[in-house]
Design a protein around this ligand. Structure first.
Ligand SMILES: [Zn+2]
Length: 315
């Protein structure tokens, strides 16, 4: 690749997604466009994500299926359908909310979307944090942490119950406040774009924004397989809550391979789609520790789902 194209992709990809795709989505939603246009933007974002991962991969090997492509397609289809269905259900849900709400409908549309993003970021990030601290929640979140390659679709590789819990926490305050459907539609596109960027195998850069935005450079640390070390950088959109919770972690020298990812305590986690749906309900879907004692009810839940005996230093 030419010396011009590579840096263009490296530094242009994130702005294209965050400002270009989201900006187009906000303009369409604000203009009352048919929702099919937002769906078309979502498909364009997924196609762009796959293309850039191949043009500028962080690890080429992460672009190939590790026997997980079919499983991930199923997760993506189910979870994206859930997101789109919940957006479609907003008018019916809004009718159940008493009063007119406090949503600032007179404010500029883009500001309304930014407010929605910040509120959703708060609910989703704290639910994610809780999912690493509470054994019952970790059972369902463990599906997401079983990945051993890091690429765009991983963001939707979640147990549907875990995703529903996160989304409920993120969206309920917005519903109660009376969020308009077009703002929610723009938010749902922004969530999808964020998940693609956050787990992307593209070696893109955002300069100092990596300390503020919850993108892939920071999120790789979240997928480190050792307890404690991987319990960092929980944010969906921003790292604001990680700075406040003191769970922010970053080391510019750190490089990642498949051997660093996943769950040290569960190297044999099921890989099939249906097996992953069932795993949280099984006895072995609980948290484990090498000491042999279950940490399911442990008050020291820092290492709730991972192997605290094999913590490895970063570097
Ligand atoms: Zn997590």
């Amino acid at each position: 690749m030419s010396t011009i194209v590579r840096p263009l992709i490296r530094y242009g990809y994130a702005p294209l997604m965050l400002l270009g795709i989201n900006g187009a989505g906000i303009a369409l939603a604000a203009g009352g466009a048919n929702k099919a246009w937002l769906l078309a933007l979502l498909i364009a974002a997924i196609a762009l994500s796959f293309a850039v991962e191949r043009l500028l991969p962080y690890r080429s090997v992460w672009n190939s299926s590790h026997g997980d492509a079919g499983r991930d397609t199923a997760h993506t289809f189910v979870n994206e359908t859930l997101i789109l269905t919940s957006v479609a259900a907003i008018p019916a849900l809004a009718a159940l909310v008493p009063g007119d709400g406090i949503w600032p409908t007179g404010w500029p549309f883009v500001v309304q979307v930014l407010i929605a993003i910040l509120v959703a970021d708060f609910g989703i990030t704290l639910t994610h944090y809780a999912s690493h601290k509470i054994g019952l929640l970790w059972r369902f979140h463990a599906v997401h942490h079983s990945v051993t390659r890091f690429y765009g679709l991983n963001g939707l590789m979640k147990h549907p119950l875990h995703q529903t819990l996160e989304m409920t926490a993120g969206v309920t305050p917005l519903l109660l406040a009376g969020i308009p459907v077009p703002v929610a539609a723009a938010l749902s596109l922004a969530v999808a774009v964020q998940l693609l960027l956050q787990h992307s195998n593209a070696d893109y850069r955002v300069g100092p924004f990596k300390y503020v935005l919850a993108l892939n450079e920071g999120h790789r640390f979240h997928h480190l397989k050792w307890a404690g070390i991987g319990d960092v950088n929980f944010g969906l959109f921003t790292l604001l809550w990680d700075h406040l919770l003191r769970t922010y972690s970053y080391d510019p020298a750190r490089r990642f391979t498949s051997a660093d990812l996943g769950m040290a305590a569960k190297p044999d986690y099921p890989v099939g789609y249906l097996a992953q749906l069932a795993e949280p309900f099984t006895r072995h879907g609980a948290c484990t520790a090498t000491s042999g004692n279950s940490t399911e009810n442990s008050s020291d839940a820092t290492a709730v789902g991972r192997d605290r005996e094999t913590i490895q230093p970063i570097g």
